[in-house]
Design a protein around this ligand. Structure first.
Ligand code: P6P
Length: 335
């Protein structure tokens, strides 16, 4: 009988590492650094309404989107934590155009690369709606110690060593996978640590929640419109509910726990969709599949199989309960 039934994130990672005798402990240290960055950003998010870090920073990011100050702070905090931790050799970020090489002495023999969206859903920051951080962990392909190459950072999602997200909502949680299922840890601010709150998450096989920006309806392909018309039909056996916060981490997390489908299809004016493969689609697809769900581009293409060609490339997204993704695809494939 454990004296303390509660398992901290650090203990969980240590337990996972002990199951792999070949493990060097470097990935555990990456999680240490992500956890630290999450606590710092959580502090800043929680006080954002009180300190002048809200509002547009006045610049636009590589996506051409107005950048809120908290985006920049979060990007810098995670970069700092991963650099000081000494186990990350490069970072690609939604907030940076190119590879951020980490060439300090401490990091030069590191083998891990991080892809991150440091603060996703930033349009929700100044209206106090929940937002999140999304991250992926890859092992470099080129020799350790040498310069990190584009081939190192542009890897298929199926190469991810770990992936997950932090949701800054009514509570702050880290949800992640290392390929051994999905577990969620909730921050207990009174002790300053993340505690296992949702072990071995499995997404319901089917569901009645659909998440999409309905304002794009007229710009969707006919197959997507036909699926949405089906979802809106209150006469079907189990009527659906539309739920959309406009923050992927929040919409995704709700559907992961309750069942549902999250969609960001291509439109007539955004033929690749909006969401970024490296920073949003791949990490969330890894979590989805590890929780028993499905993540495709709507035409049967598995997101984790997409061969990246650009750091900021986008792709259509349909992910969530497998029966709902199949249903959506059945409408999309019938033109
Ligand atoms: P729209 C936030 O900007 C984001 O990248 C995701 O978090 C979110 O799901 C999506 O864009 C919302 O986009 O076009 O519906 O506002």
């Amino acid at each position: 009988m454990r004296i303390n039934q509660v398992i901290s994130l650090s203990q969980f990672i240590a337990d996972q590492q002990s199951k792999h005798p070949e493990a060097t402990g470097d990935l555990s240290k990456i999680f240490r650094d992500i956890k630290f960055g999450a606590k710092i950003v959580n502090r800043d998010v929680r006080k954002a309404g009180l300190v002048d870090i809200l509002g547009a920073h006045g610049t636009v990011n590589v996506q051409g989107e107005e950048v809120k100050k908290l985006d920049i702070i979060a990007n810098e905090e995670f970069k700092s934590s991963l650099t000081l931790g000494g186990d990350c050799c490069a970072i690609i970020s939604e907030e940076e155009e190119d590879i951020h090489h980490i060439e300090t002495t401490l990091n030069q023999d590191s083998k891990y690369i991080i892809a991150m969206d440091p603060l996703d859903g930033s349009s929700n920051i100044d209206v106090n709606a929940s937002i999140g951080t999304i991250f992926s962990v890859y092992q470099r392909i080129s020799p350790v110690g040498g310069p990190v190459t584009m081939e190192d950072v542009l890897q298929k999602g199926s190469n991810q060593v770990a992936a997950g997200y932090i949701i800054y909502g009514s509570s702050t949680m880290i949800v992640f996978t290392t390929g051994q299922g999905v577990n969620a840890f909730t921050l207990d601010a009174s002790i300053g640590d993340f505690l296992l709150s949702h072990p071995d998450i499995q997404i319901p096989k089917d569901g009645t929640i659909y998440s999409i920006n309905d304002g794009n309806y007229d710009r969707f392909d006919q197959g997507v419109k036909n699926y949405l018309d089906y979802c809106r039909n209150s006469k079907i056996k189990k009527p659906y509910s539309a739920r959309y916060i406009g923050s992927m981490v929040s919409d995704f997390h709700r559907n992961l726990l309750k069942g549902g489908i999250f969609m960001y299809p291509s439109t007539s004016d955004a033929t690749e969709g909006k969401l970024r493969l490296m920073f949003e689609s791949n990490p969330m697809a890894f979590v989805t599949e590890q929780a028993g769900g499905k993540a495709t581009t709507g035409d049967g293409t598995r997101i984790l199989d997409i061969e990246p060609t650009e750091i900021h490339q986008r792709n259509p997204v349909f992910m969530g309960s497998p029966d709902m993704v199949d249903k959506a695809e059945s409408f999309i494939k019938v033109k």
